[in-house]
Design a protein around this ligand. Sequence first.
Ligand SMILES: Cc1cc2nc3c(=O)[nH]c(=O)nc-3n(C[C@H](O)[C@H](O)[C@H](O)COP(=O)(O)OP(=O)(O)OC[C@H]3O[C@@H](n4cnc5c(N)ncnc54)[C@H](O)[C@@H]3O)c2cc1C
Length: 383
Amino acid sequence: MAEGDVLMADVDLAVIGAGLSACALASALRRKQAVDSLVILEAGRGPGGRCATRRRRDDALWRLDHGAPTLSFSGPPQGPLGALVDDLCDRGVLVPDAGCVVGLDGAGALVEPPAHPLLCGPRWRGQPTMAAVAETLLADAGEAVFTCFGERISTLRWHDGHWLLPGGWRARTLVLSGTLLAHPRSLAMLGWPDVPLRSAVAEGVDPSLDAALASIAVMTASVRWNLMLELPSVNAGLGTADSLPRQIWLTPEARDHCGVERLVVHPQSDGRLGLVVHGLDDGAAIRPDTQPDLLVHHERRLLAALPPLLGPWPALQAALPEARSLGVMRWGAAQPLDHALPRDLQWCPQARVGFCGDWIAGSGFGMAEGALQSALDLAEAMP
Ligand SMILES: Cc1cc2nc3c(=O)[nH]c(=O)nc-3n(C[C@H](O)[C@H](O)[C@H](O)COP(=O)(O)OP(=O)(O)OC[C@H]3O[C@@H](n4cnc5c(N)ncnc54)[C@H](O)[C@@H]3O)c2cc1C
């Protein structure tokens, strides 16, 4: 097929993003035998999104869960979601998260973990790392799925009942698994001239899409700056990795004081430790021209905040001078719950656009449960 001078590759469905929700959607559609061909276009280097695992070119063994350290659920998953979790557990891709979670107060004392939706219900971990969950779901989706990694989509065109996408893809149906292409915040943050989905489909063409875009526009984003550190081998005097908690959550007072939500310890296969400091945002404007300085600012800030937080683990604290910073990763998530996209707007039939992700209304809003549930719901809603 040719569109202008560009050769087009036709697919039934194009999905933007390869996070948990997109990979679960692809797998569910395969089970439903609903699409013959599908392309997934993802800005990152591999699948997983905020449940991805960081690797290093200079270190073949290194694996760091630098976003979500677990899949959290508000309660025991039921129905199709329960079946999905059971299946992944049976195959050894998920294991119950037995990692110890502790709380840390403003005086540096160990306390009960704070009440938080991510800690209320059951949790599972990807095996051997979090990325395995999305990778497995993507593999389940089969060979008819094309994947393109490493390119952030910034333009969308809807022409003659088809979606035309960068890279020469032409799809009958489009699914967005993030809000980037539909939210005005992208204009400032990425320097885009317009909201791509709004520009692609004029107002009035699809009332569901108009309502969905209006709903997405009032969402705000919560930003995290995660500092990634390599610490020396636990054999070098830190005690065993098993004796360390997996997650150290700061109490609200300590969190507000330090600008840190939690520390996540990720033991490596060779005994070294990965440590992720989940840093809070301080509201500075994020734009293409400010982002490099903000990354440096948060790296310095979090490195300075860390030593007192490791007080209860003196060996870990003592190892800090040998820690190597692997930089900061910026994450964004749609907030708040009362601005979640209503589930009846997940599928917009006239424009043939769907939405999935942890920002769709439901009990798992803002967590892995919501990402997976939204994918199962969308797969049901799509004709
Ligand atoms: C620091 C952190 C800690 C967390 N901790 C927990 C936890 O303890 N428990 C829990 O359950 N959940 C946790 N979460 C939330 C959990 O990670 C998410 O709920 C889940 O991963 C969301 O999956 P998703 O598919 O909805 O979105 P995402 O993972 O964000 O996937 C969307 C994908 O789309 C891609 N994308 C977006 N726009 C474009 C574009 N224009 N072009 C190309 N690609 C694009 C993105 O790169 C991304 O890979 C945490 C999240 C973060 C950031």
